[in-house]
Write a protein of this length. Structure first.
Length: 64
């Protein structure tokens, strides 16, 4: 089961989500309503209840 999902922006924990219950599935939509201008690197860090972790490749975003 997934215990925590962290949205990381530029190597800083930006938003933390803690799913309810014991599920292997996690669905969440997040929108940064007022992003500041600049270059950003985003990725998710997934933590499982057994302590294992996983993360995908980052996504680069430029806000003008």
């Amino acid at each position: 089961p997934i215990s925590r999902v962290t949205l990381v922006r530029n190597e800083t924990d930006y938003q933390v989500f803690e799913p309810e219950g014991e599920s292997a599935d996690f669905i969440k939509t997040y929108t940064d309503e007022k992003p500041a201008a600049g270059d950003y690197r985003y990725y998710l860090r997934v933590e499982q209840a057994d302590g294992n972790m996983g993360w995908p490749s980052p996504v680069w975003v430029t806000v003008k």
